[in-house]
Design a binder for this molecule. Sequence first.
Ligand SMILES: Nc1ncnc2c1ncn2[C@@H]1O[C@H](COP(=O)(O)OP(=O)(O)OP(=O)(O)O)[C@@H](O)[C@H]1O
Ligand SMILES: [Mg+2]
Length: 326
Amino acid sequence: MTAIVIENLGRSFVTTTGTIRRTQKTVTALDNVSLTVEPGELFGLLGPNGAGKTTLTRILSTVLLPSSGRAEVLGLDVVRDAKQLRPRIGMVYGGERGLYWRLSGRDNIQYFADLYLVPPEVSRKRIPELLELVGLKDRAEERVEGYSRGMKQRLHIARGLINDPDVLFLDEPTIGLDPIAARELRTVIADLHNAGKTIFLTSHYMYEVDALCQRVAVVNKGQIVMMDTPAALKQLVANLEVVEVECLSVSSEAINRLRDHPRVEAVHVDNRDQVQVLQIQAPGGVKYVPEFLHLLDGANIQKVVTRQPTLEDAYVKLLGKDAISV
Ligand SMILES: Nc1ncnc2c1ncn2[C@@H]1O[C@H](COP(=O)(O)OP(=O)(O)OP(=O)(O)O)[C@@H](O)[C@H]1O
Ligand SMILES: [Mg+2]
């Protein structure tokens, strides 16, 4: 049986703006989304802010109703069969909400075990196993308020697994973690995948999706732009070279001049601390470096390097200007 089936799923929200003259606006968060996930697959959903990732995850985990279309998880309809489905799935949202800060890590898990009606003889065995899995065994008796962000995230994962779900939804599980904590968490996710769980993961981080996921869907403005393996996605940019220019003050006119260069396929601007890093995607990029620098006349250039394309470049190419909001 297919683990997740999504057919023509849509969701819109009506929002009201203004205090005196109130106007209503409809936001389409998901627009005709269809996809399937096989049992045991680790599937990634990638997209910029507001693309609809959380909306989709919430619908699949039965906490939000769709406006149109349908979705099934483990053969159960997420609307009609929500009650039967809920005990068989787990969901973890990034961030710090949803834990009881004054309770210990262990008591938090115990609380959710009781909430999910996990039999005491099962939870007695499962709680220590989960604390071990997420590397919190030695800190389990401490109050959560003293936990670091990474520890809280790992506790969230343990919490999401308390009912031994067949399908796990992870919405940006590593957001806000330092690189080492994020790597530890990815190891936990990979272990869960190896143990046979079906995992539906959303992320902003290409590296994460590349390292973990078997297939990935890129979403933008509520629609799937592309769905394939990370390797196939990278093929999109296989013949590109990327020229990275680090500069201090680049004008939007200069960036537009670059975008108009006939060999340039995309220019992505990263703001890092004080500097701006331009990622210029162009086939045979290295040959054109002098021309690019000429077009950037006036920018205070610090460094220029060329490199091979990554999954991130494929993403930038797919999304064009929309990728900039990431
Ligand atoms: N409860 C809500 N009321 C009104 N609009 C909403 C609501 N929830 C989501 N939206 C809108 O739906 C769109 C998709 O939002 P969603 O949170 O699913 O995006 P996302 O891909 O998870 O973004 P992010 O990367 O920032 O988490 C956005 O335009 C958002 O403003
Ligand atoms: Mg989100």
